[in-house]
Design a protein around this ligand. Structure first.
Ligand SMILES: Nc1ncnc2c1ncn2[C@@H]1O[C@H](COP(=O)(O)OP(=O)(O)OP(=O)(O)O)[C@@H](O)[C@H]1O
Ligand SMILES: [Mg+2]
Length: 232
């Protein structure tokens, strides 16, 4: 479904990704872990097509090359990004935003999905303005459920959440999983991964995937931290 080969990325003179290889199959959920500043968010930005980054290499979504495409085309192709730090959109209500970004859904349908995600009271408020950290993450997952993307990039969807909220967020992801959506989920912590059915784990260090493996890697990270990979 997604195939990343030899992906490099930089901002000006700052090299951030140094030859990333990663493949995600249809409907799979892959966890990406790694120390601060290793390039995890950059990987998400580059896949979504953030123009701040210069990218080089090959990235195909269902065998069609996406690297040259602008962000909106990638969104149309079915890529969805949930940001580590969701940006507020003053002056735009969440309802207006999702009506504009989803096709063929009426207000009643949107409200019924909003109830499921417990974000109904945010629909009339500005997108991500004055929401708590956990509320923003719920709002992102609500948008993901409406969009039904082919590839969901979830960047630290568990950051800043209390223990119960992590479980809630994991359950919301689980309820929405099907064969049509693949997930690249960036996280620092094994807690959320315990509640999810993880197909593969990738460790990113200094802009490269230094190790990939099955769920067992999560335990390895938990017990040994990231320094064991940095020394390699
Ligand atoms: N706009 C930018 N200008 C200069 N350097 C940048 C820019 N954006 C990111 N970087 C640098 O790229 C590196 C990777 O950043 P990135 O945000 O991808 O890391 P990360 O793995 O997501 O870290 P964290 O776990 O802390 O979220 C960092 O050293 C960061 O300072
Ligand atoms: Mg990050």
């Amino acid at each position: 479904m997604l195939k990343i080969s030899n992906l490099f990325a930089n901002i000006g003179d700052v090299k951030i990704l140094n030859g990333v290889d990663l493949e995600i199959g249809k409907g799979e959920l892959h966890a990406v872990m790694g120390p601060n500043g290793s390039g995890k968010s950059t990987l998400c930005h580059v896949l979504m097509g953030n123009p701040d980054f210069e990218a080089d290499g090959e990235v195909t979504l269902n065998e069609s090359e996406i690297l040259g495409k602008p962000q909106f085309e990638r969104a149309e192709d079915g890529i969805f990004q949930s940001y580590q730090y969701p940006v507020g959109l003053p002056g735009v209500s969440l309802m207006e935003f999702v009506m504009a970004s989803t096709e063929g859904l009426n207000e009643d349908e949107i409200i019924s999905v909003a109830k499921k995600f417990n974000v109904e009271e945010f629909l009339d408020r500005e997108v991500n303005v004055d929401l708590s950290g956990g509320e923003k993450k719920r709002s992102e997952l609500f948008q993901l459920a409406l969009k039904k993307p082919k590839l969901a990039l979830l960047d630290e969807i568990d950051s800043g959440l209390d223990i119960d909220a992590i479980k809630t967020v994991a359950n919301l992801i689980n309820e929405n999983r099907d064969d049509e959506t693949s997930y690249l989920l960036v996280t620092h912590y094994s807690r959320i991964l315990r509640y999810l059915d993880v197909d593969r784990v990738h460790i990113v260090v200094k802009g490269n995937v230094v190790k990939s493996g099955s769920k067992e890697l999560i335990e390895e990270v938990d017990s040994g931290g990231y320094t064991q990979y940095q020394e390699q």
